[in-house]
Design a binder for this molecule. Structure first.
Ligand code: PGA
Length: 253
């Protein structure tokens, strides 16, 4: 964590919880009056408008979608556009999550188009990337992440890159209980900052938040969040329980 950069703890609920359960969870979490950092809730599409009501007017609390389509409208059955998300009061969109890449075929090109679609509206993309286990074992993790960054940020201006929230999520750590060590995560975050600097400028690279994701829980949050280049966490499983999520939020301090 750095003193100057924005600190963010984001909850990715994935395909979990009913609207009622989600509202209860958010209301419980927001009983905490003094938030030490920004919070992001990314519920399923169907929950967005109700969760919006629960977080309205709370400083430092943001609403995110878990995906979007890059076109504004058209014959894309089952898809949701950035225009629609903005219209609902959504402020951020998770783009390029490994589950989208692996299970739904999201390609580097689409991810780039989605990031551009977000930035053309008033939506901050939370751009996810990360290597698979075999890529790390074959020492290809830096190359893999470099490629994903280049694809995702392709043809973006400096000002646009400045608006991106980055999230390093090693695939082997997502939902597996295996967290990257603080050393492994910090090393990759430093690498990502260097790559961003070569795509844009040093100033942009120093100022954008880079979150870590992959089995973040109360027991490991503090050591990860205190690494100098880790500016927060993207939390899946542990974001579904108020007590665990709040413990992670408190670990920011
Ligand atoms: P996890 O998920 O915390 O359950 O590993 C993180 C994510 O997929 O964003």
């Amino acid at each position: 964590m750095s003193e100057n950069r924005r600190q963010i703890i984001a909850a990715n609920w994935k395909m979990n919880l009913t609207v009622g359960q989600g509202k209860k969870l958010v209301n419980h979490i927001l009983e905490e009056k003094d938030l030490p950092c920004d919070l992001v809730f990314a519920p399923p599409f169907t929950h967005l408008s109700e969760i919006k009501k629960s977080i309205t007017d709370r400083d430092k609390v943001f609403l995110a979608a878990q995906n979007c389509h890059h076109e504004s409208n058209g014959a894309y059955t089952g898809e949701i556009s950035t225009v629609m998300l903005e219209d609902m009061g959504v402020q951020m969109v998770i783009v390029g999550h490994s589950e989208r890449r692996q299970l739904f075929g999201d390609t580097g090109k689409w991810i780039n188009q989605k990031i551009k679609a977000c930035l053309s509206r008033n939506l901050q993309p939370i751009f996810c990337f990360g290597e698979k286990l075999d890529q790390r074992e074959q020492n290809q993790h830096f190359e893999t992440v470099r490629k994903q960054l280049n694809e995702g940020l392709s043809n973006l201006s400096e000002a646009q890159i400045q608006d991106v929230i980055f999230a390093y999520e090693p695939v082997w750590a997502i939902g597996t209980g295996h967290t990257a060590t603080p050393g492994q995560a910090e090393e990759m975050h430093q690498f990502v900052r260097k790559e961003i600097s070569s795509t844009s400028t040093d100033q942009v690279a120093r100022s954008v938040p880079i979150l870590y994701g992959g089995s973040v829980k109360p027991a490991n949050a503090s050591e990860l969040l205190h690494c100098p280049n880790i500016d927060g966490a993207l939390v899946g499983g542990a974001s579904l329980k108020a007590k665990d999520f709040l413990a992670i939020v408190e670990a920011v301090v």
